[in-house]
Design a protein around this ligand. Structure first.
Ligand code: GLN
Length: 483
């Protein structure tokens, strides 16, 4: 039962082969049996799950239908869930029970999805390895000595290990696409503004975007359908109609113009990954796509710009965690300053503290022009590169990551080494574009992802291309041994 995709679950529920309650019990048992190896969950919500499953079964019995009605999922632990701990992977919020549901959580619940729990993540979504969580590192089900990617590593590991078919995640600089690549999943970062950020604890507000992690593009379409849409509570949410993402999956790729940036194949890319990317290009050519070399000349500046902008926004967003209103508070403060200092010093881990300091520095008087303003100018150049490229091509294709998943602990002493691994994903966030990662093969038994980028609001196109690729390849069907 645990091998089923969301689409298969929807068919099984519609055909009354099993109930949502039965499926939910099977998956909850599987989580308690297997998750101790992975550490992919921070909280399990068994009671809520069983209540939601029974309610979904009752709705189906009353004649309702829907691809998510009775479908088990989990939420990355930065989506607020009413009355349930929403920790953001941090000691700071270990005692925080959200007083309301994030829009994404409410929308998926209204569609009938069943919440099995809250997944582990890098603290405040800062990281690429899921090692900065206060709740401990998450392991990659493909090799328990390797990282699952981050910051949505818990969602990725849980779905890859078949503990559940799909989960929510967020992507500020790659945190949906990179863990998808590291764990053989399909992950979609929508256009900035497509999915509401209301109730999604902020890391860097101008870059953060929620999206799905699942095994197939078909399932990502189902999840995105449930998550996307205008929300008057989010001032950056876009009031555009949500297309039927499942309906466009089967469009032909005949004549699709795919751009491959020459900058992608430079020195830092593992040659074995380069070869797998070339294979995926050939596969898409067989389906009728036309390949064109393009250039993204400002790509080299994207990492430095991102690692100024994201920490700058984080330093501002995280100032609300002061030990006064909610979250961790130190014991016996001597005065207000001592309360702030010790509550924040105790509540935040080292990576979060590093980012707050970098961000506060970049924003401070005298440095603002040199760092923050400069970074914003680079951001515009990166966006302009894409706009020029999309005049000539429909989709941009390349690797999702320069290397496969590294060993746990391998980059702990050198944060910059980890930052450099974000080279292919960060540009889409700076530009606000949608991006998708899908399975493209293996290197040393570890999964490799190919990334597709599209113009604004063309999530449907990305899912269409990925679905056609998945109808003709079987990488996405491979299961990690032991799961
Ligand atoms: N690795 C990037 C960072 O640490 C991206 C994280 C994310 O997308 N949340 O900022």
């Amino acid at each position: 039962m645990h091998q089923m995709t969301l689409a298969e679950i929807a068919r099984g529920l519609a055909d009354k082969k099993f109930s949502s309650e039965e499926l939910t019990k099977v998956l909850l048992a599987r989580i308690s049996q297997l998750d101790p190896q992975l550490n992919s969950f921070i909280s399990l919500t068994e009671e809520l799950a069983l209540d939601q499953a029974k309610a979904a079964d009752a709705r189906r019995a009353n004649g309702e239908s829907g691809a998510l009605l009775g479908a088990p999922i989990a939420h990355k632990d930065l989506f607020c869930t009413q009355g349930i701990r929403t920790s953001c992977g941090s000691k700071m919020l270990d005692n925080f029970k959200a007083p309301y549901d994030a829009t994404v959580v409410a929308k998926l619940a209204a569609a009938g999805a069943v919440t099995l729990g809250k997944t582990n993540m890098d603290e405040f979504a800062m990281g690429s390895a899921n090692e900065s969580s206060w709740y401990g590192a998450v392991k990659n089900p493909w090799n328990l000595e390797h990282v699952p990617g981050g910051s949505s590593g818990g969602s990725a590991a849980a779905v890859a290990a078949r503990l559940l078919p799909a989960a929510t995640a967020t992507d500020t600089g790659g945190s949906i696409r990179q863990p998808a690549a590291f764990t053989n999943l399909t992950g979609l970062k929508p256009t900035y503004g497509r999915v509401s950020r209301w109730g999604m604890i902020a890391y860097a507000s101008s870059l953060d975007q929620g999206g799905p992690l699942a095994r197939t593009a078909e399932d990502c379409a189902i999840m995105l359908q449930g998550m996307a849409g205008f929300d008057q509570n989010d001032s950056t949410s876009i009031d555009e109609p949500v297309p039927d993402y499942s309906a466009s999956l089967n469009e032909s790729l005949q004549g699709l113009r795919i751009g491959v940036p020459k900058e992608y194949f430079s020195a830092g890319l593992d040659p074995r990954i380069a070869e797998l990317i070339q294979n995926s290009i050939k596969e898409l050519q067989k389906l009728g796509a036309v390949i064109k070399e393009i250039s993204l000349p400002n790509m080299q500046h994207a990492i430095p710009a991102y690692y100024v902008i994201a920490p700058a926004e984080a330093s501002s967003n995280l100032s609300r965690f002061d030990g006064v209103r909610f979250g961790h508070r130190c014991e016996n403060p001597e005065n207000l300053i001592d309360l702030y200092k010790r509550s924040r010093g105790e509540g935040f881990g080292p990576e979060v503290q590093r980012r707050i300091m970098v961000g506060a520095y970049a924003l401070s008087a005298g440095y603002y022009d040199a760092y923050y303003l400069k970074a914003q100018k680079i951001r515009r150049l990166v966006k302009n590169d894409f706009m020029t490229a999309f005049n000539e091509v429909d989709i941009i294709l390349g690797p999702t990551t320069p290397n496969p998943a590294w060993k746990l602990g391998a980059k702990n002493s050198d944060p910059v080494a980890a930052y450099l691994e974000d080279v292919y994903t960060i540009t889409a966030n700076l530009a606000g574009l949608p991006g998708l990662s899908m399975p493209a093969g293996f290197v040393d038994g570890l999964p490799v992802g190919v990334q597709l980028l599209a113009p604004y609001f063309q999530e449907g196109r990305l899912l269409n291309v990925a679905h056609q690729y998945q109808l003709n390849t079987d990488w996405h069907t491979r299961t990690p041994t032991g799961f």
